[in-house]
Design a protein around this ligand. Structure first.
Ligand SMILES: *Cc1c(COP(=O)(O)O)cnc(C)c1O
Length: 377
């Protein structure tokens, strides 16, 4: 459940009292300005969802029908779907077992060994499709190795897009996520760190791209009055009521992050001595948000991941398996995949633990006790 303990009610009431409930209104502007400040980017454009933000960001990065976009195979499915919305295909790259994120070494090896230059374009030799962008997803509140990924993207002349939907508040070498690539995306879905009910954001330092984002998300209207449209746009603009919720939520981002980090610390300590259980890694250069505390259950644990999940379910504790490896998803069957063996292992062993900001210490103690009961003989 999302936590709505701040000024949400006041701000939403202000929308209702003033009649500004639609996609024009002061909260939309304010939410954009504040998110840009928070993320350290010059511009932010609010959208109806994180998936919509990704759709438009990929178009703005120049991805076209028939292209391929290199993306990690360990992620929630939304970024892979957004690649398909523009008529492109994902080339799934294996996750780095040390970080669970897009592996810059695998990415470089894919470009060097599996792609070739044809008429100035980098082409995947297995599919004959040009690879035209890199999409780095910062999964589970931990940043991808941004400098390393950016260096690979630069080496091959590709734009980097960041999907920071799960990692608002996380920092990479001190920098907020979402502002390193040419474009970054956020989500304010109900399960994310901050929620607007549903919503997203496109981040960029490029004024022209920001203007294009604004244009494409509002039906590509060329004239403020007349119905003149320069191209096929989208109705992806966030509403003022949602933005009002977002402004109130952003005021709480500090305590929310503190809660996520406290929860993660307690889980990490609780499983430290358990054979066959590992808490999610934290890279030396990362300051994660710990959006979703996740463990791996692996040999020599007494039970496998699915049995642990079922046992906890019987104690009325809801956990979730980590996502299926995207190259094995029926939705993306047949997609090209490069060295995804670690992704498959993480997908089979990963268990996401209750991590909501509202989780009390007593509730977490109950989760930890049940987990230890199942895993300690
Ligand atoms: C949640 C999520 C999205 C999509 O956000 P929506 O607002 O739900 O459309 C995109 N990417 C990742 C990695 C996500 O976890």
């Amino acid at each position: 459940m999302p936590e709505l303990r701040g000024r949400e009610w006041d701000y939403v009431k202000e929308c209702l009292d003033t009649g500004w409930v639609s996609s024009v209104g002061s909260f939309v502007d304010r939410f954009e300005r504040e998110l840009a400040d928070y993320s350290g980017t010059r511009h932010a454009v609010a959208t109806t969802s994180g998936t919509a933000a990704l759709h438009v960001a990929l178009l703005l990065a120049g991805v076209r029908k028939g292209d391929e976009v290199a993306v990690s195979s360990l992620s929630f499915i939304a970024p892979a779907n957004a690649i398909r919305y523009v008529g492109a295909r994902p080339s799934f790259i294996g996750a780095d077992p040390a970080t669970w994120q897009l592996d810059p070494e695998r990415l470089r090896a894919f470009f060097r060994e599996e792609c070739a230059w044809r008429e100035g374009r980098l082409v995947n030799r297995h599919t004959e499709r040009p690879v035209t962008a890199v999409l780095a997803v910062h999964v589970l509140g931990h940043p991808a190795d941004l400098d390393a990924v950016q260096a690979v993207a630069d080496e091959f002349g590709l734009p980097l897009v960041e999907d920071a939907a799960e990692s608002l508040g996380a920092r990479y070498r001190g920098r907020p996520v979402g502002g390193t690539g040419v474009l970054g995306c956020l989500s304010f879905n109900g399960n994310k760190l901050l929620t607007t009910g549903g919503g997203g954001m496109i981040l960029t330092n490029d004024e022209e791209l920001a203007a294009r984002a604004r244009y494409l998300t509002t039906q590509a209207k060329d004239d403020p009055v007349a119905y003149v449209h320069g191209e096929v746009g989208f109705n992806y603009r966030l509403g003022n009521v949602q933005a009002a919720l977002g402004c109130a939520q952003l005021e709480l981002v500090g305590p929310y992050l503190e809660a996520k980090r406290r929860i993660a610390r307690a889980y990490a300590e609780a499983v430290e001595d358990l054979q066959g259980v590992s808490f999610m890694p934290t890279a030396a250069w990362a300051e994660p948000s710990y959006w979703l505390s996740t463990i791996l259950v692996h040999p020599p644990a007494r039970l496998d991941r699915d049995l642990v999940l079922a046992a906890l379910e019987r104690s009325r504790i809801q956990t979730r398996p980590l996502w299926e490896a995207l190259h094995e998803s029926r939705a993306h069957r047949g997609a090209y995949a490069y060295r995804c063996e670690e992704t498959v292992r993480l997908a089979a062993q990963g268990l996401c633990l209750p991590s909501s900001v509202g989780l009390s210490e007593d509730d977490q103690r109950r989760v930890i006790d049940a987990l230890r009961r199942e895993l300690v003989e």
